[in-house]
Design a binder for this molecule. Structure first.
Ligand code: NAD
Length: 272
């Protein structure tokens, strides 16, 4: 079903790796709603191949960019404006990676070079992208920029490790840059705090299956799927949310507001 919410709009989508990626679903849903898009990812993701299939499906161009490199981002935004023959209406930052998580370093024994790399990829890249877009004046009046976050920015989930700080930084950038971009040209900047989702980045976290089941049992609506996240992104890219900015918006089936669910109480009671 399409409501053509993005008819005539043009956007850049970062972070579609394979068909499990949240960004993959956002790309499909944006195009389904009438948008014209450009896909981008790091050079290694382009070599892995799947994203080329998505580009075909979306009938769009694919531009390689390492989101930690300002020169790559400048090239991407300049090329996008040439392809679109004008400014960009929406951008999705769907990028996350912790070297400490990958190498299974516990939070109490972090490697700080790994920490800096993960912070750059997962969070500083969002500032870099915003700053490049701002300085090139690449985003339309009332454009919308979203990054994806997780509730570990507010509450502790031990195995989420240093990604918790990366998400806290990411959400802070949305508030700080959202102020400046709002004043400059009414551009909206928000983060969406998404439920645990079965993707390559998600399942890299130790004990992810238990993590996923726990959230599913707590949330009154169950975990939010990547397809539903894509639909939520489309509303935030659309003109129906023109006054929403500098927010961290929970898209989590009610998880963030629930203390405990009867389902979980019943499960713990049976075990005793
Ligand atoms: N999966 C979950 O449970 C979950 C929950 C909440 C938020 N998120 C967030 O959603 C976003 C997307 O993750 P996903 O779960 O779809 O996993 P994913 O692994 O499919 O996506 C992560 C993407 O980051 C890209 N990336 C890594 N380094 C990059 C770089 N230097 N430059 C450009 N791109 C780079 C990867 O190529 C990949 O496409 C991340 O920010 C993640 O933290 C995920």
């Amino acid at each position: 079903m399409s409501n053509n919410l993005l008819k005539g709009k043009k956007g850049i989508i970062f972070g579609a790796l394979d068909n499990k990626s949240i960004a993959w679903q956002v790309a499909l849903e944006a195009v389904n709603n009438g948008a014209e898009i450009i896909l981008t990812n790091a050079p290694i993701a382009l070599r892995m191949g799947s994203i080329h299939d998505l580009a075909k499906k979306c009938n769009c161009q694919l531009i390689s960019a390492d989101a930690t490199l300002v020169k790559d981002l400048e090239n991407l935004f300049n090329q996008a404006m040439r392809i679109f023959n004008g400014k960009i209406d929406f951008v999705l930052h769907s990028i996350g990676m912790s070297v400490n998580v990958r190498k299974k370093r516990p939070y109490t024994d972090l490697n700080y070079d790994f920490l800096m790399k993960g912070l750059d990829v997962s969070a500083i890249s969002f500032h870099k992208m915003l700053q490049v877009a701002y300085q090139l004046d690449a985003i339309s009046n009332y454009g919308s920029i979203i990054a994806l976050s997780y509730i570990a920015a507010q509450r502790t989930f031990p195995d989420y490790n240093d990604m918790a700080e990366n998400k806290a930084y990411l959400e802070s950038v949305a508030r700080s840059f959202g102020y400046h971009y709002g004043k400059h040209s009414n551009v909206r900047v928000n983060t969406i705090s998404q439920s645990p989702t079965m993707t390559t980045a998600g399942s890299g976290v130790t004990g992810f299956d238990a993590f996923f089941d726990y959230a599913n049992k707590i949330s009154p609506l169950g975990n939010a799927s990547s397809e539903d996240c894509a639909k939520y992104c489309v509303t935030l890219f659309s003109d129906y949310t023109k006054a929403v900015t500098m927010q961290n918006l929970f898209h989590d089936g009610g998880f963030s507001k629930t203390g405990v669910s009867q389902e979980l109480i019943d499960l713990i009671s049976i075990k005793k």
